[in-house]
Design a binder for this molecule. Structure first.
Ligand code: ADP
Ligand code: MG
Length: 334
């Protein structure tokens, strides 16, 4: 995962405290009047940090100020931000705040080092029917469980691009975990994304939900790549598609990082029966998605109706496999 935008050395709450103490507001930036500040806020640039990590072009688009002014504002925001490096000890402290959300299967949790981590993007890729969406539903319930039951006591944002979110299935999973299914449904904020631009916009809006004091601990995008794949067809459009996916991933990565939340994205792969060597499947979006995910899980059908999850390319965990079952009441060990 690229850390370029992870320039804030302290978690979000502390940053806010720090800014409040110093009375720092985006209106304190040179050249920012109240009208421009308002436009910036409307476009999601509500904090100094958002501006410090923006590109001049993004600010021009958002406010109509010229590029030279945008550069000045960004520079000023950066110097106000106390940007810097974190010591290994600070990072270890941050890692302690990571919450690991259970998948419902201890075998799968184990290969992930305990569960789906907050602060990370987890990508599940696999063929149709390999359980990507079932896992999304299960996590949407489990993220709400108390910490003591391997949940994150949080709200869930579910961006559905393939029209496969089923409230009925949430009820079954909630009952399986022994929690109130009405409350569970209430705690999942679902939005359908009609195309890739809509999907990207929705992801950018999550920040606002959090600022409205929703304790979002899990963001699901099922599927991350389907719209992109449908809209960008042919060789000529490949670079543009990858650039857009990359931008989308950056937004998600910033959310995960700044708000210590888990982002779960799915990626359907096509079986390539003509491949004789190596893995016969390949993830859409390829390395762009991979480079932005801390965890990649390859899902496939196993023997006797089971499913197999394989952890791929983890920064600190071995490549391991776990077999699990999808049952009426949830994801379970075999
Ligand atoms: P993907 O999103 O990877 O395409 P899904 O997560 O939709 O795949 O998995 C679909 C599979 O989940 C079905 O083939 C079925 O085996 C299983 N499944 C769906 N609902 C239930 C249920 N209520 N009980 C048991 N298994 C189920
Ligand atoms: Mg699916």
């Amino acid at each position: 995962m690229e850390k370029e935008e992870n320039t804030d050395p302290v978690p979000e709450q502390k940053t806010q405290e720090k800014q409040e103490k110093k009375g720092q507001d985006i209106e304190d930036l040179p050249g920012i009047g109240s009208a421009t500040a308002e436009k910036l806020k409307e476009s999601g640039y509500s904090e100094i940090l958002n501006i410090a990590v923006a590109s001049p072009g993004q600010l021009c688009d958002a406010t109509g100020i010229n590029e030279a002014s945008a550069r000045k504002v960004i520079q000023a925001a950066r110097s106000m931000m106390e940007m810097g490096f974190e010591s290994g000890t600070d990072l270890l402290e941050r890692r302690k705040k990571v919450i690991k959300i259970t998948t419902g299967s201890t075998a799968v949790d184990e290969i992930l080092g305990g569960g789906f981590e907050t602060g990370s993007i987890i990508e599940a890729y696999g063929a149709y029917g390999s359980s990507k969406t079932q896992i999304a539903h299960q996590l949407a319930v489990n993220a709400q469980l108390p910490i003591s039951k391997k949940g994150a006591e949080g709200t869930v944002v579910y961006i559905d691009t393939e029209n496969t979110f089923r409230p009925e299935r949430i009820i079954q999973f909630a009952e399986g975990m022994g929690i109130d299914s009405k409350k569970a449904l209430e705690n999942i904020k679902v939005a359908k994304a009609f195309n890739s631009d809509h999907q990207m916009l929705l992801a950018e809006k999550i920040e606002e939900l959090i600022n409205k004091s929703l304790n979002v601990k899990l963001v699901i995008i099922d599927s991350l790549t389907a719209h992109f794949r449908a809209e960008f067809i042919g060789r000529g459009t490949l670079a543009e598609r990858q650039q857009k996916i990359n931008r989308h991933m950056k937004v998600l990565s910033k959310l995960a990082d700044m708000h210590n939340l888990c982002v779960y994205v799915t990626n359907q792969v096509m079986a390539k029966p003509d491949t004789f060597f190596g893995d016969p499947t390949e993830a859409i979006g390829g390395h762009i998605v991979g480079h932005n995910s801390a965890f990649r899980i390859y899902l496939r059908r196993g023997k006797k109706g089971t499913r197999v999850a394989k952890l791929v390319d983890s920064p600190n965990l071995p490549e391991n496999e776990a077999t699990f079952n999808i049952t009426e009441g949830g994801i379970k060990d075999v």
